[in-house]
Ligand binder design. Structure first.
Ligand SMILES: Cc1cc2nc3c(=O)[nH]c(=O)nc-3n(C[C@H](O)[C@H](O)[C@H](O)COP(=O)(O)O)c2cc1C
Length: 206
């Protein structure tokens, strides 16, 4: 396991050091990918794990579009500049993560014991904020699920979400917020690791 970890932290984790490395310490954001395809079985497994992460009132606003046709891939890449576009065109699997701004319509499904609480989310601005926040949470679960499947993620926030929504979300009304390249890393896939805040900086006890 990584040298950054104290012995006490190493002992604290109940997963094996190899698994912790795969999920956290050695996992990197990939900038290039091999040509090895990702099977539909693996894409399905990624969602099966993603959906189990906790969300507010179990609301699950994340909607995932796996971009499979060349036409759709070109449409996604056309909303990005420079290196991001090239990465989206080359990745073995490409996901657009969006959220449903009307996620509350599914209340009877996801919160059946208190479905009347849908009324709390009538105001569209507040509802969209809650949907966006919880879809971002789910994006984190999604990226960890990709890593658990032995693959790398290349998340990209640099794109024109309005243009992408016009291209692929016009029928659904969903709002795109993150594009994720998925696959086995290719040649020279990593930039240098950037520093992470120590607990002294980012954590306090009250
Ligand atoms: C929300 C989000 C948006 C990002 N947007 C971009 C992007 O537009 N282009 C890019 O090359 N990398 C992008 N990244 C990658 C980050 O720069 C990278 O995850 C971070 O530097 C940590 O790298 P590491 O996982 O290799 O340590 C993004 C990552 C996240 C999580």
């Amino acid at each position: 396991m990584t040298e950054q970890l104290t012995a006490a932290a190493t002992d604290a984790f109940t997963l094996s050091p190899e698994v912790m490395d795969q999920l956290f310490f050695e996992a990197r954001s990939a900038n290039s990918f091999s040509e090895e395809p990702v099977s539909d079985q693996v894409l399905d497994a990624i969602y099966q794990a993603t959906k189990m992460g906790p969300t507010l009132m179990n609301n699950q606003p994340l909607r995932i579009s796996w971009i499979k046709s060349d036409e759709a891939r070109r449409a996604v890449a056309s909303t990005m500049a420079g290196p991001n576009a090239a990465k989206a065109l080359a990745a073995p699997a490409l996901a657009v993560l969006s959220f449903d701004p009307d996620w509350h319509e599914e209340f009877e499904f996801f919160f059946p014991h208190a479905a009347e609480r849908k009324a709390m989310f009538e105001e569209p601005g507040m509802r969209a904020a809650v949907g966006g926040n919880n879809a971002w949470l789910q994006a984190g679960y999604f990226m960890m699920a990709v890593r658990a499947a032995g693959l790398a993620v290349g998340p990209m926030g640099g794109f024109d979400s309005a243009a992408l929504d016009e291209a692929i979300n016009a029928e659904t009304g969903h709002k795109s917020f993150l594009i994720v390249n998925v696959g086995k890393p290719g040649p020279n896939p990593w930039f240098d690791r950037l520093p992470r805040h120590d607990a002294d900086f980012a954590v306090r006890s009250l």
